[in-house]
Each structure stands twice: as C-alpha cells, then as structure tokens.
Design a protein around this ligand. Sequence first.
Ligand code: SF4
Length: 378
Amino acid sequence: MISDLIKVPGLYIHIPFCLKKCGYCSFFSVTSLSSIPDFLEALLREMEMVHDPWGPFDTVYIGGGTPSLLTVKQLEAILTHVQKCFRLLPDSEITLEANPGDLSLPFLRSLKSIGFNRLTMGVQSFDQKILDFLGRRHSLGQAILAIESARLAGFQNLGFDLIYGIPGQNLASWRETVEQALTFLPEHLSCYQLALEEKTALGQRYRKGEFQLPEEDLQYDFFMKTSEWLEEAGYLHYEVSNFAGSLTFASRHNQKYWNHTPYLGFGPAAHSFKDGERWWNHASLDQYLADIEKGRSPVEKKENLTIEQLRLEALFLGLRTKRGISLQEFIRQYHSDLLFEKKEVIGHLERQGFLSIQNGHLVPTRAGLAVADSLALI
Ligand code: SF4
C-alpha cells in the first residue's frame, strides 16, 4: 500500500503546440507553431503575475501538447524562470512529456543537463499499424531509437504512455505491445483505454460507423490482464491507469491531482487547485496571449468547492488509487465515518471482491480499480 503523502505543491506548465493532431486527442493544442515565441513570453509573464504565497514546490511537470517541440534553449528559459519566481525543493521531480519523434540523443543529453530528471514518452503502441490508426506522427522505429537514446543520455526515470482497446486488437496483440515495452525496463507505464470524444477525428469516424470498439467484456479483460501481467513483472498498479517499477517511481506530480495536494498551472487550459478552490485558464491561445499582453489574468473560471464536493471528489479520486482512502483522515477532514455510514454497502463490495480494508484504508482491489468510477457511488 502507498503510504500517506506529504502535501507539497506541484507546478504544471501546459505547452499548447503539436505538429499534428492525433486522431483520438481532446487535449488543448494548436498545430501552428508560429506563436511559440509569443507564447513563451506570455508564459514567463504569467509566472510573474502570481502574487499569492505558494510554498516550495517539489514537482515541475511540463506537459501539453508536445513540449518536446520546444528547443533546449526555450525549455531552459522556462525552468530558469520557474526557479526565479518560485522555490523548488532540492530533489524536485522535473518531468517533460515528449513525442518519440522529437528525441535525438544530443537533444536528450541537453534535456538531462538542464535539469529534467523524468521523461514520459507518448509511445502509445509497439505496433506500427496501430500508430497509423491513432494518427501518431512518430514511427515504431523512432520510438525504439528514442527509448534507447534516453537511456544513453542517462534518464533513469523513464515512462511510456500506451493505449489499448483499439479496434481489431485482441489480448494477444496487446500483450505483445506490453512485452515489448517491458524489454526496455521502463520505471513507469501509463496504460489507457482508448476513449473517443465526439470532437476528435476518430470520434467522428466512430460515430459514422466506420469501425467498432472492442466489446465491454474484452475491455474489462484488457484492464484485468494488463494489471496481472504488469504486477507479475514486478510493477505496482498504483492508480487505475498507472504502474510504477517501485514506489519511488510513482509519478509524484500526478499523485497531487488525486489527493487534493495544491497545484499551480500555467499556460492555456492549465488548472490549479488550492485550499478548496479550483481555477483554470481559457483553453484558447489567442485569448491567453491577449489577456497576458493586457496584464489581465488568463483565468476563465474559479470555483470554490464545498466540503461536500471535496468529500465526493476525495472518494472518487481515492478509490481510483491503490492507496485508497484513509478512514481516519476522512473522519478528520470531512467528519464522515465511512465504515459506520456505509457499513452495508462496503461489506457487500468486500464480499464481492471489489474493496478491502487494509491498515485503516479503504482500498480497491484489481477488480475494484476496473470499475473505480462506479465504486465512488457508494
Ligand atoms: S496526443 Fe499528444 S501529440 Fe497527439 S495531439 Fe494530443 S497532445 Fe498532441
């Protein structure tokens, strides 16, 4: 079980540029790169606009979009400015999300030398046909070369994103991708089920009936088998979609999103959270640039979560993690004694094999993680 975490804030930076939009992607990004210089200028100014006290950070996560489209100089300018505007703890986790198509050995060596100590690559599949279907711009060969180069450059905390549940995929072909991934001994793996939002290119094709997604039973098997294979290989299945080679390699940054640790986001569409308040920037590059230029906050909306909303979120998010929910912490924070209030339903879910109680925590089993969103309805 993952122990209770100390809540040191994390810092997120959204780089909203991609060379090409992947068919399944609903993250905010634009494919014209001409605004990168203006964006970077605005980003640095946005950091200077923070006047509230924020304690020291122990994570910086540069995500997107495709942050690896930036040059070393540009990424270095961002990290230098973070250090100038905020205090970073000495052993901070500093992550870059990267497209395997961008990662030459000299570039990776430079990333390491400017301070990145964690690299997460959007590998998605070790099957070229699936990469083509997903509309990825990198090839299988580029992914393999990028992984090998990252090791040569000295990255010792390397993660891959993988996607399953592709039309026509079966357990055997998914297993091949997982096994190929394991040959590189990644410290971290994120395995996501393909989800198609209507606004995406693949979502549109799906709506027109051009292909079918695997049936629900097979989707469940993908999830359960992935967990089984990776745990047999020694990985810790610490969140619905996330696996770590050991506790040290569980994403320190992403865990903050799941346990209400404060985080501060910069860039279009970036979210922030502190003291029960959540706010987010406009998901529009033009609006972001105009706001910053005029010295206005780029925040689109703020919401103050009530204690009940926070309680429901803590339940929802906690039951998606292997740490589960600390029953004592829940009583202390939300005056809610789950074992007393939900005695019958928890007992039922325990008998059905979805939940267990371990060391004072309500913890989802593997089958519980597979239906985590429904568990939160207890
Ligand atoms: S999946 Fe990543 S690379 Fe592809 S469009 Fe989305 S943000 Fe860009």
